[in-house]
Design a binder for this molecule. Structure first.
Ligand SMILES: [Zn+2]
Length: 298
């Protein structure tokens, strides 16, 4: 476990969970306000403690004997009899065949969860009676039945775990995850071999995090290179020029961008593994625009 660096956790104050980055935690505030109230960033029950050494080095770690309170899919999970370290977890994850259905479900579930949160925060009243809002109204009863536990339940149930783009860091290298977040900017270019590649730059204060479309994304029967270029042109117009709010939910392997240690890519290799403002790639290509959404990442 020693090689897993935990740089985020959740503070649980007045039933609200908020992520706290390690560099924003101070010893005094921790002792006075947060001790016993920090839990795993992935929503697991395991409590997190904060340590600041005399040399200024800060770290988060799981409370003693609570390693097994992390969800089994969580990289901080520890089984006390026959320990499971991160390496083992990663190789299990690699071995496990994630089915297309599981990926599709994870993306749909994440979109729904993002909507519920919006409804809960805003009381579900001030909205435009669209289909999506009606649906979330029904679902909401389920979600709020156990305070704060919906996320934990989801984590235990799903094989594909999700993470917000602003929380991506080196802990997640080589993991396949559902990643979601706001798109700040769209770019594309051609390699020396004249292959198109595209990026959607996502929200993250500390690193450059992008959805990356490698040639594998478009060299298949669902989408060709021309269509990807058209898609990226539409997104550039909608997001870079018109500054429309755009939220992506996608699935892919998180990797370091070559030679750049502060840049991360989410490698999306299948057009069915991504939705932007709830729209599929095909829908965006047909309508040549992205629809408006009225909820936030958190
Ligand atoms: Zn955990």
């Amino acid at each position: 476990m020693a090689n897993v660096k935990m740089v985020w956790c959740l503070k649980n104050i007045n039933d609200k969970k908020q992520p706290v980055y390690i560099e924003n935690m101070e010893k005094d505030t921790y002792e006075q306000e947060y001790k016993g109230k920090l839990t795993c960033i992935h929503g697991c029950d395991a409590r997190i403690k904060f340590t600041e050494r005399k040399n200024g080095i800060k770290f988060y770690s799981t409370w003693n004997n609570e390693g097994d309170k992390h969800s089994e899919d969580c990289e901080f999970h520890v089984k006390y009899k026959g320990k499971v370290g991160r390496k083992r977890l990663m190789s299990d994850e690699e071995k496990r065949q994630i089915t297309e259905d599981q990926i599709k479900n994870a993306i749909e579930r994440k979109i729904k969860n993002l909507k519920y949160k919006f409804i809960e925060v805003n009381g579900g009243k001030d909205n435009q009676g669209t289909n999506s809002i009606e649906n979330t109204g029904v679902e909401r009863a389920k979600v709020s039945s156990g305070e704060g536990e919906s996320q934990d339940l989801n984590l235990k149930r799903e094989n594909v775990t999700s993470i917000e783009s602003s929380l991506v860091n080196s802990t997640y290298i080589d993991r396949r995850k559902c990643v979601y977040g706001d798109i700040n900017n769209v770019q594309y270019d051609y390699s020396e071999g004249n292959e198109l590649y595209g990026y959607l730059n996502l929200q993250n204060e500390h690193y450059k995090v992008s959805v990356y479309f490698p040639p594998a994304f478009y060299n298949n029967e669902d989408i060709n290179e021309d269509e990807l270029k058209r898609l990226l042109d539409i997104l550039k117009e909608e997001i870079n020029v018109k500054e429309k709010k755009a939220m992506v939910v996608c699935f892919g392997k998180i990797t370091f961008k070559k030679k750049k240690h502060n840049e991360f890519n989410i490698n999306v290799i299948n057009p069915l593994h991504i939705k932007i403002n709830e729209m599929s790639i095909k829908e965006i290509l047909i309508t040549k625009s992205i629809k408006e959404i009225n909820y936030e990442v958190r």
